[in-house]
Design a protein around this ligand. Structure first.
Ligand code: ASP
Length: 352
C-alpha cells in the first residue's frame, strides 16, 4: 500500500487484533477485518504535512484476529518467526496488538528478536479506529514514524506519544489513552507534533547464551509450564506447594513484597527449595511497579536466596515471565539458564 512518495524501504504492519481494529457486533466489540483499507482511510485524514512523512506500508492481517486476552506463548513465537522471516525487506515492522497483553508480547519479542537490526514497534489503541476522537490514529502515526527510522534497532512500544522500551513497558491504566508506562526506565523517544526525539534503545548487553544453540521451541512452555504467583498476606505453604510441586511446572515467577520480602515461614521456603532442587527455574520481582527487589536488604529474604530463588531486580512481571518462558524454551542446561536470567539480555534489567 503506497501512502506517500517515500522511496526508502516500506514498513511491514502485522495486524493481530485488539480494540484498535474492533467493530461492534451483537455481543460487543470484536476484532474487525479489512484493517489495511480502514487504516488507509484513517491515515488519509491526517494533514498533508504529516502524511508526507509516512512510509509506504505492506499489511498482513492474522487469521483469526484475536482479543489479546487470548494470546499464548505460541502466539509470541509465531509472531517472532514471522517478523524474523520478513524483516529484511522492510525498514521496520509495526505490530498492531490488543492492549491487554501488549506489554507481554513486546517483552517476549524483545527476547526472541535480539539479533534483528530493524526497529520493531508494538502499538494498539484504547478505542477503535473509527470511534470519533480515537487514539488509534495518533498511535499508528507515531509507530509508523519510529518504524521507518534507520536506527537504532530493537523492540519498542509506541503509545500516547511515547516510545517505551519493549521489555520495560507495562499497562497501568484500564481506560485512559495514556495506558502504558515503563516504570523503571525513561521513555526512549517522543513523537508529539514536532520531529521525533529518540534515545538509544538499549545499552550494550553481554552475550551469555551460546550462539550456536538450536532455536527456541515454545511448545515446551505453551501448556502452563511457567506459572506466576503474587503473594498475599496469609499465603500457606500447602497453597504454594499445590502450584510448584506439579510435575508439569518448569518455572515460576513470584511477586514478592516491596524490596523482595516474603513471610519468614520455613514451610514456604522449604517448598521453594524443593522445587529449585527439582531443577525448576524460580525467579522473583516485586509487587511494586517502581523500584527493584534487593534480596540482600532484609533478613526476611535470606531464605529465598538460600532456596535458590533468582532476583528479577527491577524487571516488570511481563519481562521476568517472558524471560523465564524464553529460557525454558531454549535447550540449555539449568546453570546457563540461571546465569542468563541474572544478566540483561535485551536491556530489561538495570543491574545486569
Ligand atoms: N481486550 C482488548 C485486547 O487486548 C483491549 C485493547 O485492545 O485495548 O485485545
Amino acid at each position: 500500500m503506497r501512502l506517500s512518495a517515500n522511496t526508502t524501504l516500506p514498513v511491514l504492519i502485522i495486524y493481530t487484533g485488539g480494540t484498535i481494529g474492533m467493530q461492534t457486533g451483537p455481543q460487543g466489540l470484536t476484532p474487525g477485518g479489512d484493517f489495511a483499507t480502514r487504516m488507509q482511510c484513517a491515515l488519509a485524514t491526517l494533514p498533508a504535512g504529516k502524511r508526507q512523512l509516512l512510509p509506504d506500508v505492506d499489511v498482513i492481517s492474522y487469521s483469526p484476529l484475536i482479543d489479546s486476552s487470548a494470546t499464548t506463548p505460541l502466539d509470541w513465537q509465531t509472531l517472532a518467526d514471522d517478523i524474523r522471516a520478513r524483516h529484511a525487506d522492510y525498514a521496520g515492522v509495526v505490530v498492531v496488538h490488543g492492549t491487554d497483553t501488549l506489554s507481554w508480547t513486546a517483552s517476549s519479542l524483545a527476547f526472541q528478536l535480539r539479533e534483528l537490526e530493524r526497529p520493531i514497534i508494538v502499538t494498539g489503541a484504547m478505542h477503535p479506529l473509527e470511534t470519533p476522537g480515537s487514539d488509534a490514529l495518533d498511535n499508528l502515526y507515531g509507530a509508523l514514524r519510529f518504524a521507518m527510522e534507520p536506527a537504532p534497532a530493537g523492540v519498542a512500544v509506541y503509545f500516547a506519544g511515547r516510545l517505551l522500551h519493549g521489555a520495560r513497558a507495562t499497562k497501568q491504566h484500564a481506560s485512559a489513552n495514556d495506558a502504558f508506562i515503563s516504570p523503571n526506565a525513561p521513555p526512549l523517544g517522543e513523537c508529539l507534533n514536532g520531529p521525533l526525539a529518540r534515545k538509544p534503545l538499549a545499552p550494550a548487553v553481554k552475550e551469555v547464551l551460546p550462539t550456536d544453540h538450536t532455536p527456541a521451541d515454545y511448545r515446551r512452555v505453551a501448556q502452563g509450564e511457567v506459572i506466576r504467583i503474587a503473594l498475599w498476606p496469609g499465603m500457606a505453604a500447602w497453597q504454594l506447594d499445590a502450584w510448584l510441586n506439579d510435575s508439569r511446572v518448569k518455572g515460576a515467577l513470584l511477586q514478592l513484597w516491596g524490596a523482595g520480602n516474603m513471610a519468614d515461614d520455613p514451610a514456604l521456603i522449604d517448598v521453594l527449595k524443593q522445587a529449585n532442587d527439582q531443577g525448576k527455574l524460580i525467579a522473583a520481582v516485586s509487587q511494586c511497579p517502581h523500584g527493584s527487589v534487593d534480596m540482600s536488604a532484609y533478613a526476611a529474604a535470606q531464605g529465598l536466596v538460600q532456596a535458590g530463588v533468582l532476583s528479577g531486580a527491577d524487571m516488570t512481571p511481563e519481562a521476568a515471565y517472558t524471560k523465564l518462558v524464553h529460557l525454558l524454551a531454549l535447550p540449555l542446561d539449568n546453570a546457563t539458564r540461571r546465569a542468563a536470567f541474572m544478566t540483561s539480555l535485551a536491556g530489561e534489567r538495570s543491574d545486569g
